[in-house]
Design a binder for this molecule. Structure first.
Ligand SMILES: [Cu+2]
Length: 125
């Protein structure tokens, strides 16, 4: 084999590995716990090309809210939808959008952008 072919082969293998990692690898992001104060708790999710962090943890039994800090300008992330809570909010009207989360029992609330392309969740435990 010629040197160029070997080189092309190596590049090809690296690319395939990268693509496989991108699609099948676990891109785990650390879940972030809410700050608890005596009158409640809140977690902030920054919206910028996705949700960061994509998982937030709230404490059961403490009134909870998630603040979405909008820094994205694409139509894709302009709405946040909590299907199970019947919440669909426009994040572009104000910088911070608050979503109240029921914390009376443990559970998970998934949220997504309006097109269901970006996902995150709120865990109550
Ligand atoms: Cu979208």
């Amino acid at each position: 084999m010629k040197m160029v072919k070997v080189f092309a082969l190596i590049i090809g293998i690296i690319l395939i590995a990268l693509i496989a990692w991108w699609f099948f690898g676990k891109h785990e992001q650390a879940a972030q716990s809410a700050q608890v104060k005596d009158n409640g708790q809140k977690a902030t999710v920054v919206v910028n090309g996705g949700y960061s962090p994509s998982t937030v943890v709230l404490k059961k039994g403490v009134p909870g809210q998630v603040d979405f800090d909008m820094r994205d300008h694409t139509a894709c992330l302009s709405h946040v939808v909590f299907d199970s809570l019947g919440v669909n909010k426009d994040l572009t009207k104000q910088k911070i959008t608050t979503v109240k989360i029921p914390t009376d029992k443990a559970g998970e609330f998934n949220f997504a952008c309006g097109m269901d392309m970006f996902h995150g969740k709120v865990v109550v435990k």
